[in-house]
Ligand binder design. Structure first.
Ligand code: ZN
Length: 336
């Protein structure tokens, strides 16, 4: 059996999602629902409160709690690493140098970040990776990405942005820990609220090594949505794509949402240009990169504000969006 699922141009087999769908079943039984059922809302909640309230109020390179030796971001890294090791993963890192953004309160609400002021200090931060090697097509890599840092220019818990993506990846890594994947599945936790974005370093490293990334899912602000959608009880997910290869992943998100009756109001949106951490991969030559988030344009009323707290998070929506992302990953993994 050849290894040639690939959504990127220049790849041998342009497996459409429909074919990926058929091959999710082995001997007539689809194992995906059982794995989706293991995504735990309680775990997502517990982990988010840990990383965005107590004991860690923030995840910032430029904020160290009184009496602590490491920054809140380094403490979050240590905790994520410990959790991953507990699931049996080896954790790899990239070492990066970043600055905190400046804060310009004359700028519009939600967008008060500014260039780091002259002489702003540099901090050493890390990308964290947990990697599963595929048993049939180890060179084909499905990448899940979430930025784990909170806003460096203000004191915000960054619960939706992007504590939820951070814990969604952790939960998927836990559920997949003993799953024998056909392709390689990599989890990447990067930093996007400091400058420069460390997903750029990750993407460039992949490009330099010639890694064959066949799909990249950036998971950012899952379930973050308008007050109107909250009031209406809507569970939303938008998949942003930049290139035709990404549109196939957006279509796959819609398909698995229906096939597994996840219940999201799922939509997709063509970005006018590459953006966010998926954009770092598109710019590095991986067009098969998308982002899942709760709304677009992003309309959470607490976006980039101190009020972006875990108490406001719709964990049912986060769980559903995590399940849909996992379903898409598994469909791709199991496609012939
Ligand atoms: Zn942000």
């Amino acid at each position: 059996m050849g290894c040639a699922l690939v959504l990127a141009s220049g790849c041998a087999d342009k497996t459409p999602p429909a074919r990926a769908a058929e091959s999710a079943r082995t001997d007539g039984a689809d194992i995906i629902p059982g794995l989706l059922a293991q995504i735990s809302e309680a775990n997502l909640r517990r982990d988010l409160f840990y990383l965005a309230k107590d004991p860690l109020p923030f995840r910032k390179a430029n904020c160290t709690l009184p009496g602590h030796k490491r920054s809140t971001l380094a403490e979050a890294d240590a905790w994520i690493t410990k959790r991953l090791r507990g699931c049996g993963y080896k954790v790899e890192t990239d070492v990066c140098e970043v600055q905190a953004f400046g804060c310009d309160l004359t700028k519009p609400r939600h967008h008060t970040y500014a260039k780091p002021p002259p002489g702003a200090p540099f901090f050493t931060v890390h990308n964290l990776y947990a990697k599963k090697a595929g048993r049939r097509c180890p060179k084909e890599i499905i990448m899940l990405v979430a930025h784990k840092d909170s806003q460096s220019w203000i004191d915000s818990p960054g619960a939706y942005d992007n504590g939820v993506g951070t814990v969604a990846l952790l939960e998927m890594a836990r559920v997949l820990a003993r799953y024998p994947s056909e392709r390689s599945i990599w989890f990447l936790w990067c930093n996007e609220e400091h400058k420069p974005w460390t997903s750029v370093i990750a993407a460039n490293n992949c490009r330099q090594r010639g890694d064959n990334l066949v799909a990249i899912f950036n998971v950012d602000s899952l379930g973050g949505k308008s007050d109107e959608d909250i009031a209406a009880g809507r569970k939303t997910n938008v998949t942003l794509y930049t290139a035709p290869e990404g549109k196939r992943l957006a279509d796959l998100m819609a398909e698995v949402n229906d096939a597994y009756r996840i219940g999201l109001v799922q939509s997709s949106y063509l970005r006018p240009r590459p953006g966010d951490d998926d954009g770092s991969f598109v710019k590095a030559g991986y067009p098969c990169a998308v982002a899942n988030l709760g709304s677009y344009p992003y309309v959470d009323s607490a976006y980039h504000e101190a009020e972006d707290k875990p108490e406001r998070v719709d964990f049912v929506n986060v769980r559903m969006s995590t399940q849909a992302t996992l379903a898409a990953v598994l469909r791709l993994d199991r496609a012939r």
